[in-house]
Design a protein around this ligand. Structure first.
Ligand SMILES: N[C@@H](CCC(=O)N[C@@H](CS)C(=O)NCC(=O)O)C(=O)O
Length: 212
């Protein structure tokens, strides 16, 4: 089994944080997506969506998508600590929170980043190169959507240490990526979201997010 990753990329960092939290060491190959290595062989035949991270199993199967990779590793090899939940109810709740954070915030912020930073001018969709124009409206929409999400989770975080209760989960790894995206966009979480900011501090204290 081999992981293809780029440790500077936001989704690459999600898988790395998951591996660190579980103390897993995987055979890993760095694919420099900034320089377009993902469009060259053997990588382009391995993942036609031309993105990292992806996991190659010993039978040649390729699994892409950071959360799908983490889920596979937990279910097949590394159950502890459980970051996807260890009961049907907990698994459903963690999946629910992860989807809320991804769909309503991390994805809009990803589009904001790719529409703001000039480096992404010919690559507004990850894994493509084209001449779709960057749009400032998409940047603004990303921030607006994040603020709506923060407003919704602020009361929930009053009573919960992490996004899905007392235990750290894969949904918190998605949460950490939201705050990293904010940093890259050079935006601050508005100070009125006190519980969101406390959650952010709790995440930033965790070893799995610290550079070695
Ligand atoms: N939804 C995918 C997104 C993967 C993705 O966007 N990967 C980026 C790095 S963070 C990439 O490979 N980009 C290549 C490019 O920009 O061409 C996941 O969660 O793994």
């Amino acid at each position: 089994m081999k992981l293809y990753n780029f440790s500077l990329a936001p989704n690459g960092l999600r898988v790395l944080a998951f591996l660190k939290e579980k103390k897993i060491k995987l055979d890993t190959h760095e694919v420099n997506v900034r320089d377009g290595e993902q469009f060259k062989e053997p990588f382009k035949s391995m993942n036609s969506f031309n993105c990292i991270p992806f996991l190659e199993l010993d039978d040649g199967t390729i699994i892409t998508e950071s959360v799908s990779i983490c889920r596979y590793l937990e279910e097949e090899y590394y159950p502890n600590p459980p970051l996807f939940g260890n009961s049907p109810k907990k698994r459903a709740q963690i999946d629910m929170w992860n989807r809320r954070l991804e769909l309503d915030c991390l994805t809009p912020l990803g589009h904001a980043l790719r529409n703001k930073i000039s480096f992404f001018a010919d690559r507004v969709l990850a894994g493509t190169r084209n001449n779709i124009k960057q749009s400032n409206d998409i940047v603004e929409r990303g921030i607006e959507m994040s603020n709506l999400l923060f407003d919704r989770i602020e009361p929930h975080l009053e009573k919960n240490k992490f996004i899905c209760g007392e235990e750290f989960s894969v949904a918190d790894i998605t949460g950490h990526s939201i705050f990293i995206s904010f940093e890259r966009l050079k935006f601050e979480v508005p100070s009125k979201f006190k519980n969101v900011i406390k959650w952010k501090s709790r995440l930033y204290e965790k070893d799995c997010f610290k550079n070695e």
